[in-house]
Write a protein that binds this ligand. Sequence first.
Ligand SMILES: *[C@@H]1O[C@H](CO)[C@@H](O)[C@H](O)[C@H]1NC(C)=O
Ligand SMILES: *[C@@H]1O[C@H](CO)[C@@H](O)[C@H](O)[C@H]1NC(C)=O
Ligand SMILES: *[C@@H]1O[C@H](CO)[C@@H](O)[C@H](O)[C@H]1NC(C)=O
Ligand SMILES: CC(=O)N[C@H]1CO[C@H](CO)[C@@H](O)[C@@H]1O
Length: 297
Amino acid sequence: MHSTLIWRLLSAAAAAAAVSARPGCTQASNATVKCPIVFDGRIKTTTQLSDFDSTSTSPFNPDYVKGQNLKWSQILKFPDTGGVNNSRFDNDSYKPLEVTISDASIFQTQKGFRRAGLQFQGDTNTNSPAVAGIKTLHFSVKQDPQRPLNLSHEYLNVWHEASDYSANQFNFEMGTIIGQQESSLPKNTFKVLNRQNKMIWSTPVDGTAWQNFALQLDFNKNTLQVYYSKGSDPLKSVTNAVSNDNSGGGQFQIGMLKKPTGTSDVVNAGYQESKLNEGQIYGSLFIEDSANGCMSL
Ligand SMILES: *[C@@H]1O[C@H](CO)[C@@H](O)[C@H](O)[C@H]1NC(C)=O
Ligand SMILES: *[C@@H]1O[C@H](CO)[C@@H](O)[C@H](O)[C@H]1NC(C)=O
Ligand SMILES: *[C@@H]1O[C@H](CO)[C@@H](O)[C@H](O)[C@H]1NC(C)=O
Ligand SMILES: CC(=O)N[C@H]1CO[C@H](CO)[C@@H](O)[C@@H]1O
C-alpha cells in the first residue's frame, strides 16, 4: 500500500479516537460494588431497547407496570448524557437508562396516573429475597433537559409497595406532595417519605449532575437509612437508621408515577396535561445484601 494512503488511514483513525475520547466524556467513576448483589438493574452497554420486552433478556419484568399498549422498548431510552460521566457504580461496561411517560402511560384503568415503573425480575410480590435481613437499594438519578418534569405535580420515582397494595413502606418523590405544605416541602427537591408519608430527608434537584442515593432497609429492626452523594463523590449517610415499618413484603418499583392535580381521587380522575413527554434518567441501579454491615459507598 502506498505510504501516503497508510498515513491518511492512520490519521483518520487517530481523529476518530480523539473524538470518542473527548475529556470528561466516557470516564466512569471507579466505585465498585462491595457486597453480594440481590438484583442487578445496571444496564450493560451491549443491551438493546428490545431486550426489555422479553423475560429472557430483560433485568426487569417485561409486562409491568405500564400502559398496556406500550412496550418497554417504547418507554425506555438510552439518553445522551451530554459528556457527563456515568453514575457512580456504572463503570464503562454500563450505560444510563431513561424512563419516560406519555399520554399512553395509563396502567389498566388508572386514568388519573401517568406511570411507568420497573420491577426487578425475581422481585416477586410474595417471598421476594429483597424483603428480609438488611438490603440496600442503590440508584442514581439525572434530569433530561429535553423531557423536564412538571413539578407542580407529585411524582413517585422509587418506592416499595406492600404485597397487599395497602401502603408503600417508603416513597422517593419529586414535585408537589398532595396534601402537604409547599412551604415546608419545596417542589424542586427529592424527598424520602416514610410509610406514614412523612418526609424524613430531602435535597434540591440538580439540573445537570448525577445524584446518587442508597436506601438501606433493615427488615429485622424496622429501620430505614438514607445515603446520598453528588457526581462521583462517595455516598455518605444523611440520616440515622430511623424507625420505619418495613413489614408487609411486596415489591420495589423504579421509574415514574405522576399524580394528577385537582382531585381527591388521584387514581381515577383529575387533571393531566396532554402531549406529555417527560423522562427521568437512572443509573447504578441494584440491590445489595447489607448483612454484617456491608455497604458500597
Ligand atoms: C468525570 O470523572 C473524572 C474522574 O474520573 C472527573 O475528573 C471529571 O470531572 C468528571 N466529569 C464530569 C463532567 O463530571
Ligand atoms: C465493570 O465492573 C464489572 C463488575 O461489576 C466488571 O466485571 C467489569 O469488568 C467492569 N468493566 C470495566 C470496563 O471496568
Ligand atoms: C404543570 O402542571 C400544572 C398543574 O396541572 C398545569 O396547570 C400547568 O399547565 C403545567 N405546566 C406545563 C408546562 O405543562
Ligand atoms: C472518580 C473516582 O471515584 N476516583 C477514585 C478512584 O479510586 C481512588 C482510590 O480508591 C480514589 O482516590 C479516587 O477518588
